[in-house]
Design a protein around this ligand. Structure first.
Ligand SMILES: Cc1ncc(COP(=O)(O)O)c(C=O)c1O
Length: 384
């Protein structure tokens, strides 16, 4: 790590955002929303500390990057930036429909899967309806539900780490409209096995839309992991979310999609903004789908490094949850996670402390060198 001048002070993004008071002109229910805090950008820490070569293992990104074919495809359409993109994303929709063997109207495309989460909340629920989510699980479900003023129940995961389908079913009410379950789950990295997911889908009443978010599906390799795409017959409203941000390495371009019943997804069309998927994202996503070799390289590198990093952290005294994703959820041997997060920042390594998990860090699996930088920094900090 190269140091240029005196280290600056590391500002907490969370405190910066939350000290801004809510305008009295804003809708009052927004006061309950703590804005989403993304992983700290590497450039920000480099500016603050006056250093270079920061390692960012905070946002579950693909450290290898996108397929060269995706980059080429995005470049090729850049010259058309003065034209609006195809708002229906004909080519990408066709490519996805062929690969997944679903009808074109069984697909909805979004500005990342985040947009689809938000659209689902705004389209299907409001103050009179209810939703079920896990705790902990992906923060954006909560944020979109709060913004849409949808009451919701947070169902604790077993041991704070594992989905319990029976507890989810118990939380369902007559007015429950949405149930969000990410499989594998962010931030715990764990999965709900096939039989549990089957039991959940078969047990949910028909007034509920089960939204199974498979942002990390490509990294799951447990024999008992199964995609909800195989289980659409178990419930009339299954919606499966996927993204190009993780295994396909296109996080910055923003492309995600949903597979579900055409009648449900068609309702999203009334709410979504036109041109939500820009031309670069459409072209790159389609090309990325075609490059299976690159995808395999990304996944196999992740599996090798996931196992290596897990072993290294375990040796350092962390308790690491069994990961089916491209990140690890690690319980610290001592000290709270925020203190460790801040100490790692000073060493130029960005990981992610998680709200509601004061002893855990979420650590994205990086390249070999990046993971080694992290473990070396931890070794120093823990004095082992
Ligand atoms: C479970 C889960 N779903 C959805 C997303 C959002 O992905 P996208 O970049 O497609 O909006 C993330 C991103 O971290 C995630 O962890």
């Amino acid at each position: 790590m190269h140091s240029a001048g005196a280290p600056g002070k590391v500002r907490s993004v969370l405190s910066r955002v939350m000290t801004k008071s809510l305008s009295p002109l804003a809708l009052p229910h927004l006061a309950a929303i703590a804005p989403y805090v993304p992983g700290k950008p590497a450039e920000e820490l480099e500016r603050e500390l006056g250093i270079t070569s920061v390692v960012k293992l905070a946002s579950n990104e693909n450290p290898i990057g996108p397929s060269p074919r995706a980059i080429e495809a995005a470049r090729a359409v850049l010259g058309q930036a003065h034209r609006y993109a195809d708002s229906d994303a004909y080519a990408l929709r066709t490519g996805l429909s062929q690969r997944l063997a679903v009808a074109r109207d069984e697909l909805a495309l979004g500005h990342g899967s985040n947009e689809l989460i938000d659209l689902l909340c705004r389209t299907f629920a409001g103050p009179e309806q209810h939703a079920v989510i896990g705790a902990p699980s992906f923060a954006c479900y909560r944020l979109s539900l709060l913004a849409a003023q949808v009451p919701f129940t947070e169902v604790p995961l077993d041991d704070g780490l594992f989905w319990n389908p029976d507890r989810l079913l118990e939380a369902v009410r007559p007015n429950t409209r949405l149930l969000f379950l990410d499989n594998p789950n962010n931030p715990t990295s764990t999965h709900l096995p096939r039989t549990g997911l089957q039991r959940l889908l078969a047990g949910l009443p028909a007034h509920v839309i089960p939204v199974i978010d498979e942002a990390y599906v490509q990294f799951a390799d447990a024999p008992d992991y199964a995609s909800a795409l195989e289980m659409r017959a178990l419930h009339p409203n299954v919606v499966v979310l996927r993204t190009f941000s993780k295994a396909y390495g296109l996080a910055s371009l923003r492309a995600g999609f949903a597979v579900g019943p055409g009648e449900l997804l068609n309702a999203l069309e009334r709410v979504r903004l036109p041109f939500n998927l820009n031309g670069l994202a459409q072209a790159a996503a389609l090309a990325a789908l075609d490059d299976e070799e690159h995808l395999l390289e990304v996944v196999s590198s992740n599996h090798a490094e996931r196992a290596r990093l897990c072993a290294a952290l375990t040796e350092l005294g962390f308790r690491v949850a069994p990961s089916q994703a491209n990140f690890l959820c690690a319980e610290l041997p001592s000290s709270d996670s925020r203190t460790m997060y801040e100490a790692l920042l000073q060493k130029g390594v960005i990981v992610r402390p998680m709200g509601g998990m004061p002893r855990h860090l979420r650590i994205s699996v990086g390249l070999r060198d990046e993971n080694d930088r992290l473990t070396a920094a931890l070794r120093e900090l823990l004095g082992t």
